[in-house]
Ligand binder design. Structure first.
Ligand code: B1M
Length: 211
């Protein structure tokens, strides 16, 4: 079964096998969102569990992440279904101190597929860099991702920095990432929270007031 092969390839950190598994599953007609959710994302969840149990360490997480990214690269054209009219502009980044970018990349990919112009600031993005990019690109939405509880406060710092720079009124702030919640978004004065990439697209549209 190709989904199981993809899952195992990510767990083993075997990027060539993950890519081959995704290609095979697509050829067999498995839906791209099923490959993503039940193959790639499910495997990363298990990697996280094994890390918590001290069965995996950072090097194993890293090779698994590379295998996942290899599989995602094959899947990208199918997920980011182009042809949609430009919807708006979003700047997105993983906050200061945080290097996790798989979820952020997935959100960026799905936004692009929905017709958004995406300015990806990468990882370890300081509040100041978000502000500079907001002033330069004039997006409707500023998106922030955090995967570590220790880096979540930087989201609040960025909201404050946007306020201090006088741009908070011109942009909507959307946040997400595994430890982030709707309650946290409200607490720091963000405009919206999304639990996954599909809801991030819906949330961005709703925040920017576009259909
Ligand atoms: Co790290 N890591 N990691 N890690 N890592 C976690 C997050 C952790 C939960 C593992 C664990 O303990 N179970 C834990 C955090 C604990 C905590 O803070 N509570 C952890 C830790 C501790 C660490 C280090 C500190 C380990 C160390 O060095 N001792 C270190 C920190 C480095 C740093 O950032 N400064 C570290 C390093 C790494 C690697 C570099 C090895 C690698 C990242 C590689 C990369 O991203 N290029 C890595 C990985 C792979 C993980 C896990 C296993 C997987 C993350 C992932 O890619 N998930 C993770 C465990 C886990 O999450 N179960 C873990 C798949 C991805 C599709 O999901 O990112 O949640 P996710 O994105 C989702 C949603 O959250 C949402 O949509 C996405 C798609 O559905 N979303 C948004 C995300 N951003 C959004 C933005 C939005 C909207 C929605 O709007 C803008």
């Amino acid at each position: 079964m190709s989904l199981e092969a993809i899952y195992n390839a990510v767990l083993d950190g075997n990027a060539p096998a993950a890519k081959a598994g995704v290609e095979k599953a697509l050829a067999e007609g498995v839906a791209p969102d099923v490959i993503l959710k039940d193959g790639l994302i499910a495997a990363m969840g298990e990697v996280g569990r094994l890390f918590e149990e001290n069965e995996y360490f950072v090097p194993e997480m890293l090779v698994s992440a590379r295998a996942m990214q290899g599989g995602l690269a094959i899947l990208k054209p199918y997920l980011a279904d182009s042809g949609a009219k430009p919807t708006g502009k979003v700047i997105i980044g993983t906050v200061k101190g945080d290097l996790h970018d798989i979820g952020k990349n997935l959100v960026a990919m799905m936004l692009e597929g929905a017709g958004w112009e995406v300015v990806d600031l990468g990882t370890d993005v300081t509040p100041d860099k978000f502000v500079k990019a907001a002033l330069e690109h004039k997006p409707q939405v500023v998106g922030m991702s955090a995967l570590l509880t220790t880096t979540m406060p930087s989201m609040s710092g960025t909201v404050k920095a946007l306020e201090e720079a006088g741009v908070r009124g011109q942009v909507k702030v959307m946040i997400g990432g595994a430890p982030v919640t709707d309650a946290f978004a409200k607490q720091i004065g963000a405009d919206g929270y999304a639990a996954d990439a599909s809801s991030a697209v819906r949330m961005a549209k709703s925040l920017a007031g576009v259909e």
